[in-house]
Design a protein around this ligand. Sequence first.
Ligand code: AMP
Length: 116
Amino acid sequence: MTPSECLFCRIAQRQLPARIAGEEDGLLAFEDVNPQAPVHLLIIPTEHLPTLADATPAHTPLLGRTVQFANRLARERGLGTDGYRLVVNCGAKAGQSVFHLHWHLLGGRSFQWPPG
Ligand code: AMP
């Protein structure tokens, strides 16, 4: 899939609309169109990376910054005390449906474990 065909690349390039929640160098957060919780953001690298399994050692700084970015977004939304869930579905069998790496940041309700 080329970046021009990738839904989340097109959102990153502002070719498709999204409710942007924040951005920083190489990362973008926007609201999930089908939220599963009162807070449901998607965090993506602006670089096209199909799945988490495609991350190389060169991506380690980006992945670390993703966690810091998620923590900041969660704090800004008042989730710092109650807690939140940060999820990556890696591959079709794990439930990944959009093949551009994304992290789900979910909060504002209670969650069960295991997720099912
Ligand atoms: P996953 O199943 O982990 O690949 O998650 C894909 C997520 O992308 C789902 O939660 C969808 O609701 C969400 N999604 C799909 N299209 C859009 C879109 N255009 N804008 C925002 N979220 C989207």
